[in-house]
Design a protein around this ligand. Structure first.
Ligand code: GLY
Ligand code: MN
Length: 485
């Protein structure tokens, strides 16, 4: 973030008569506002400083918009940032803009809408609260004294290198002639402004995903930064191991979150902090259990950086600092599978190559343990897959601003398509023996192990962006011992 050198006054309301009597977001317990108080509040205000976002993404966003416009020549494309979502009554979740919106313009303010038309981009944005109405001191959602200072329209414009107009002008802009496609399901108010055409809008969503599959250099740097902060978050956790054992999963969740908020924007997804048998629940986010010496703990956690790119990393750690012989044997099997998956990643191979490589290792490992009802080769046949009772999920997904990135791409492009340089994917095989699985020996029940790294496809192979965290069982033990002093 850089300091704004110039400030800009709240937008005058006379330009937008609607703002004279805004619909205020107030609550029944808010005190009465007599006219004398309101009139007094509207006078006597000076300037207020604001940090503006960095400008480094401006040329990248412009290049992305050019590619999007090429995909839909002559059409009007509408990409909303989205608005607030209720958590409880009048209390909203912290706002996080829609990924496609921010990808194509960099804006992170709520309620804004990007409109691309004829190669031109205009951002329709909610301005600063005027000091001519009650909004700035009474509105809980948008009032400057409640929610903080929004950037002015001109500040957004100079920060993003875009033409920015008042949000109230959006409806008129969408009413003109010409084909319009909307990124739907992001902002209900925008959805109602343009009559829906599902197949056209689905096609827009598909392209918005597909254009994000290959990351530019700036994005790779963002993902590397997210991985580096994530490494620090894992180290914070291990460095507080006494308190982890004292307070359990909740302490790990909180410790990692502190790092995510301090150096990034947030978590990229709810942390999965799974002690003991909780690790066999793939998305264990209750995070309310104990951390017990002698057991394993599976940590699947990722920091979302300030530009909203997220890491997605899993490590499975021995709570007492040393793997038991059985834990080590299972861990090494998962690690061998993950290594095979990572080595399969290179340009031109199917996206699913990593999955198939990892599953082959795990199926043969399960066969060696005498668990499979058929041979490993028979189990690996697409018509069988019985080994997956203990592997459960796919090995990889694309990673970017969404943890499961590019999810609206055509299935033939992703996941059925090939990898290309610049794509970033996870490789995250696991083994899961449920506590009530009567088909495995009792000593295996309740053990879950996953190892996950974030892999950039390079022109001649791959690069592990999360390699700073140890992966081998020995390196994990040394790392834990070092951090615990
Ligand atoms: N990190 C959770 C997942 O990939 O589903
Ligand atoms: Mn993942």
């Amino acid at each position: 973030m850089t300091d704004a050198t110039e400030t800009s006054p709240p937008e005058p309301s006379h330009e937008h008569p609607e703002a004279e009597s805004p619909q205020l977001h107030t609550e029944s317990h808010d005190p009465a506002v007599p006219e004398a108080y309101a009139a007094f509040m509207r006078t006597g205000w000076g300037e207020r400083e604001l940090d503006l976002p960095e400008l480094s993404l401006v040329p990248y966003a412009a290049a992305r918009r050019a590619r999007l416009a090429e995909a839909f020549p002559g059409e009007r494309l509408v990409l909303p940032a989205g608005t607030f979502k209720v958590r409880a009554h009048d209390t909203d979740y912290r706002f996080r803009p829609d990924t496609a919106h921010t990808y194509f313009c960099g804006n992170q303010t709520s309620d804004a809408v990007l409109v691309l038309e004829g190669g031109e981009a205009v951002l329709y944005a909610r301005p600063r609260s005027s000091r001519d109405t009650d909004e700035f001191f009474r509105d809980r959602q948008y009032g400057e004294l409640w929610a903080g200072r929004r950037p002015s329209l001109s500040e957004i414009s100079s920060s993003l290198g875009l033409e920015v107009r008042h949000l109230d002008d959006l409806e008129g802009a969408l009413g003109g002639p010409g084909k319009t496609r909307v990124h739907r399901g992001i902002d209900p108010r925008v959805d109602t402004l343009v009559a829906g055409d599902d197949s056209r809008d689905d096609d827009l969503a598909r392209v918005l995903s597909e254009l994000r599959l290959v990351k530019d250099d700036w994005e790779v740097a963002q993902l590397q930064e997210a991985c580096d902060i994530t490494t620090l978050g894992f180290e914070d956790c291990v460095g507080e191991w006494d308190r982890v054992v004292e307070h359990g999963e909740r302490w790990l969740e909180g410790t990692f979150f502190r790092r995510a908020r301090t150096m990034g924007n947030d978590l990229g997804y709810d942390s999965i902090v799974a002690g003991g048998r909780h690790a066999t629940t793939l998305h264990w986010i209750d995070n309310d259990g104990p951390i017990t010496p002698g057991e394993l703990v599976l940590l699947d956690m990722g920091v979302e950086g300030r530009h909203l790119y997220t890491a997605d990393v899993t490590r499975t750690l021995p709570v007492s600092g040393r793997f038991s012989p059985l834990q080590r044997e299972l861990y090494e099997l998962v690690l061998t599978a993950q290594q095979a998956g990572i080595e399969a990643v290179r340009p031109g191979v199917p996206f699913l190559a990593a999955h198939h490589a990892a599953m082959a290792v795990l199926a043969h490992g399960l066969e060696g343990m005498g668990l499979l009802p058929v041979t490993a080769e028979e189990a690996l046949d697409p018509s069988s897959k019985v080994y997956a009772r203990w592997t459960l999920h796919g090995t990889s997904h694309m990673l970017g601003m969404d943890v499961h990135d590019c999810g609206r791409a055509s299935l033939d492009v992703y996941p059925r398509g090939d990898l290309a340089a610049g794509m970033v994917l996870t490789v995250e095989p696991g083994l899961y023996f449920q506590e009530d699985d009567l088909l495995v020996p009792e000593e295996l029940r309740g053990i879950g192990i996953r190892i996950e790294d974030d892999i950039l496809v390079t022109p001649d192979g791959s690069q592990n962006l999360s390699a700073a965290l140890p992966r081998t069982s020995g390196a994990v033990e040394e790392w834990m011992a070092r951090l615990q002093g």
